[in-house]
Design a protein around this ligand. Structure first.
Ligand SMILES: [Zn+2]
Length: 361
């Protein structure tokens, strides 16, 4: 449901003697740590560290502590993947890893700063202006690769930064309820009045037939129930279609489990009958997915008591349909206030990568 924006970029650095010796020394160090781990049957990073670190720093004083640690993690992963069946072999010029301590990539300045055996090396970044769009992204993994004719390449796995991501997301909060089937944070209300009238009509017909109890009345009852179900389904289709087509990329809703217990009083529940919020949610979800949009479910927490303007939370803030903040005096429709809180929590959860699955089952 959550699309993390990621991409891989390959940048040509060209030939460089400094990188030649750095790569071959890194691989030598990595192999020494592998040998130690293989002999001692361990890929535990701490154990590898205590067994090799001091010796390696003495033997390769030009190598920074951060680079040795990266080589150690690399060795650990290789040992782990081969499960001690065979000893991993690090070739002289096989690719090496970099992390933020040892490599900075600056797309806006078109240069990189990379740690080598001979100190920090600044190299020009020969990339098109197109790459400027990655200036606020971060790389999560980086490998320095030597290819044909001793040409070096940087392989970067990039991830969009959370701040950048949030700028691109347009969130719509949806508060579902009885009086208003759905209230959207952009001030759109889906009133349930008509729906309740029609459902009431079906309810009446059904109870009349039930009291008869004859064979033909049972058959008619079945027919009406079917009609009613199709009607509800149709309303859900129409509402969900209208919502997903609005110019938003993320739709935030409260988790269904809480809605049931939260706002349905007995008379309302009777009026609404088998009105299905679950259906609305599942329709919304698959229609959104088709458009490459997302739905996130949040915990309701205090969405109906919190002021969407100043954050003051108090159960006396809400008086039926009216929300009046006892702190800042802000006033608006209570469902609208809730939907705005839902939008705010939704985008924050989304950016943090929280995955709240709906309780549709
Ligand atoms: Zn307030």
């Amino acid at each position: 449901m959550i699309n993390k924006q990621v991409t891989t970029i390959i940048i040509k650095l060209g030939k460089n003697d400094n990188l030649n010796s750095t790569v071959s020394t890194y691989n030598k160090i990595c192999q020494e740590i592998i040998n130690y781990g293989f002999e001692n049957h361990t890929f535990n990073k701490n154990k590898l560290h205590y067994g090799t670190y001091k010796l390696i720093r003495e033997k390769y004083p030009r190598f920074s502590s951060a680079m040795v640690q990266t080589a150690r993690d690399h060795a650990s992963d290789m040992l782990k993947s081969l499960k001690f069946k065979v000893k991993p072999i690090k070739k002289e010029y096989s690719s090496i890893r970099y992390d933020k301590r040892c490599l900075s990539v600056m797309f806006d300045k078109k240069k990189i700063s990379i740690n080598t055996m001979f100190g920090r090396l600044k190299l020009p970044l020969n990339v098109a202006d197109y790459y400027l769009k990655y200036k606020d992204w971060k790389y999560t993994n980086a490998q320095l690769i030597r290819r044909k004719y001793k040409n070096y390449f940087l392989n970067l796995q990039m991830e969009q930064s959370p701040v950048e991501k949030q700028k691109e997301i347009k969130v719509l909060g949806i508060d579902v309820g009885i009086k208003n089937i759905a209230t959207l944070s952009n001030n759109i209300f889906f009133n349930s009045k008509k729906l309740r009238n029609i459902k009431g009509k079906y309810q009446k017909q059904k109870s009349d037939l039930q009291s008869k109890g004859t064979k033909s009345s049972k058959r008619k009852l079945k027919l009406i129930s079917g009609k009613e179900n199709r009607f509800v389904k149709n309303v859900n289709h129409i509402i969900s279609k209208q919502i997903v087509n609005l110019p938003y990329t993320l739709f935030a809703m409260e988790n269904i489990k809480h809605i049931k217990t939260k706002r349905l009083n007995k008379t309302m529940r009777k009026n609404i009958g088998n009105w299905s919020f679950r259906k609305l949610m599942s329709f919304l979800e698959y229609k959104a997915e088709r458009l490459g949009k997302s739905v996130i479910y949040i915990n309701p927490r205090y969405t109906s008591q919190e002021c969407s303007h100043c954050g003051f939370t108090d159960k006396n803030n809400r008086n039926n349909n009216l929300f009046h903040c006892n702190e800042c005096g802000y006033e608006l429709h209570a469902d609208l206030n809730a939907s705005r809180n839902i939008a705010r929590i939704g985008i924050s959860d989304f950016v943090q990568g929280a995955v709240n699955h709906p309780n549709v089952a």
